[in-house]
Design a protein around this ligand. Structure first.
Ligand SMILES: Cc1cc2nc3c(=O)[nH]c(=O)nc-3n(C[C@H](O)[C@H](O)[C@H](O)COP(=O)(O)OP(=O)(O)OC[C@H]3O[C@@H](n4cnc5c(N)ncnc54)[C@H](O)[C@@H]3O)c2cc1C
Length: 408
């Protein structure tokens, strides 16, 4: 089939690769000048099959998982309300299992592709969730119990053992203990996307950059219209991987998606002294900030905000990241110059799960809304998407990710 993939973030690139591998003729249309220029640009890089989440009722006075910023639109408030209600789904074992299965499958697929294609990108193994106090540890217990029941692997470490795993952790910052996720890794999402794009090109995938799709039509096959071109481009099918903007493209066709752009930030800086830097990755559970090592750089990422002015990097948000770096790895990075400060928007549905599957309209497929874990879930989502398009049973059964689910 001749298939269009709309969007060349990590989801679009992995999808294009899997489709070309199945023998389809693939064209990727991307409004930016290169792959991974939006949400996939400077992510924390965390790929964790089992990420326990804290039970918020123990944390009344802690930062909220998503903060509202002014100005906020009515549709964002409506999304926030639905998201708060849907958080009870998040805590249900079924919901968590879906995410964990997708994450495990994705990690497996990522590792297969990396080995098979000999992809060389910045990565390191292991992840520690840092617990500042006993209360932080208590807040995670319900989630850890679910992981235990599902037979997932994790280790509860004392502060001493955590410091052995990450010897550069500052002795001046109180640490109660840590959860070690042995299967997890940190890796450079954008670098992977660039490498996989080259593999796509080798397979004959065409990339049309600086090409913004403005209109979709599925009357006979799928036709696309793009900015500055009167022509309509015909395809047998199209996969929408346009991240946060997917809802806008689909709305005129009657496909309704409650998709929010949840803003986050990262800073990346050259390592000044490797002995003071993380070996792999840590997450400060209380502040929900990740500090990861990507080659000779350290990246600090986090914060989740809805509303506000999209392209305005808030100084106090960035300060939170600098403070976390200073708390845990003081002196690790060169901060005097050359620091990359970045703001990105996570495309997120209210129930926190992505939509992978048919749109309900012939020829139109959806792979979008990966929220906090688009990098971690990309390779599995792409393989799943390609299997669904081919009409073959996916390697891993992952029901409940379709557009028809009521919780989204
Ligand atoms: C601060 C931060 C930290 C994060 N850390 C992690 C992490 O540690 N681990 C993890 O797994 N995930 C992480 N994420 C989440 C992850 O970045 C996203 O889930 C993922 O990048 C989403 O990928 P995507 O391809 O769907 O979206 P995008 O990367 O945004 O790609 C969508 C693409 O579609 C293009 N597009 C949109 N509309 C059109 C159109 N009409 N025509 C043509 N092109 C179009 C856009 O230009 C864009 O390139 C983080 C996110 C943020 C913000």
């Amino acid at each position: 089939m001749k298939i269009a993939v709309i969007g060349a973030g990590i989801i679009g690139v992995t999808t294009a690769y899997e489709l070309s591998r199945d023998g389809h003729e693939v064209m990727v249309l991307e409004r930016r000048g290169a792959v991974a220029e939006e949400a996939s640009f400077a992510t924390g890089g965390i790929i964790a099959p089992d990420m326990p989440s804290r039970e918020t009722r123990h944390f009344f006075n802690r930062p909220k998982p998503i903060r509202l910023r002014w100005p906020i639109a009515a549709h964002e408030l409506a999304w926030f309300w639905k998201w708060q209600r849907a958080r009870r789904f998040e805590r249900q074992p079924g919901h968590r299992q879906q995410l964990q299965r997708l994450a495990s499958y994705s990690l497996e697929r990522l590792q297969q592709l990396t080995a098979e294609l000999k992809l060389d990108y910045e990565r390191a193994e292991g992840l520690l969730l840092l617990l500042r106090t006993e209360q932080d540890s208590k807040g995670l217990q319900a989630s850890l119990q679910q992981l235990r029941a599902a037979g997932r692997e994790f280790n509860e470490l004392s502060a001493l053992d955590a410091r052995k795993k990450e010897p550069a952790l500052s002795p001046d910052t109180p640490l109660f203990g840590a959860i070690e996720l042995p299967g997890a890794e940190v890796a450079n999402c954008r670098q992977f996307a660039l490498l996989l794009k080259n593999e796509c090109l080798r397979r004959g995938v065409e990339f049309a950059f600086n090409t913004e799709v403005t209109q979709l039509n599925n009357a006979s096959g799928v036709t696309l219209r793009v900015v500055g071109d009167a022509k309509a481009y015909p395809f047998d099918a199209a996969v929408i991987c346009a991240g946060a903007d997917s809802a806008r493209l689909l709305a005129p066709l009657g496909v309704k998606l409650r998709l929010a752009s949840v803003q986050g930030y990262s800073i990346s800086a050259q390592i000044r002294e490797p002995l003071n830097a993380p070996r792999s990755g840590v997450v400060d559970q209380r502040h929900q900030v990740a500090i990861t090592r990507l080659g000779n750089r350290v990246r600090v990422s986090g914060l989740s905000e809805l509303g506000g002015v999209a392209s305005h990097k808030r100084a106090d948000a960035l300060q939170t990241l600098y403070r976390a770096l200073h708390d845990w790895f003081p002196g690790a990075a060169k901060l005097s110059s050359g620091v990359q400060e970045w703001q990105g928007a996570r495309p997120m549905l209210a129930d926190g799960l992505p939509v992978i599957g048919a749109s309900g309209l012939p020829g139109l497929w959806l792979n979008l809304g990966h929220g906090n874990s688009g990098w971690a879930h990309s390779c599995g989502s792409a393989r799943l998407m390609a299997d669904l398009i081919a009409g073959q049973a996916p390697e891993m059964d992952l029901p409940g990710l379709g557009i028809e689910r009521p919780s989204r």
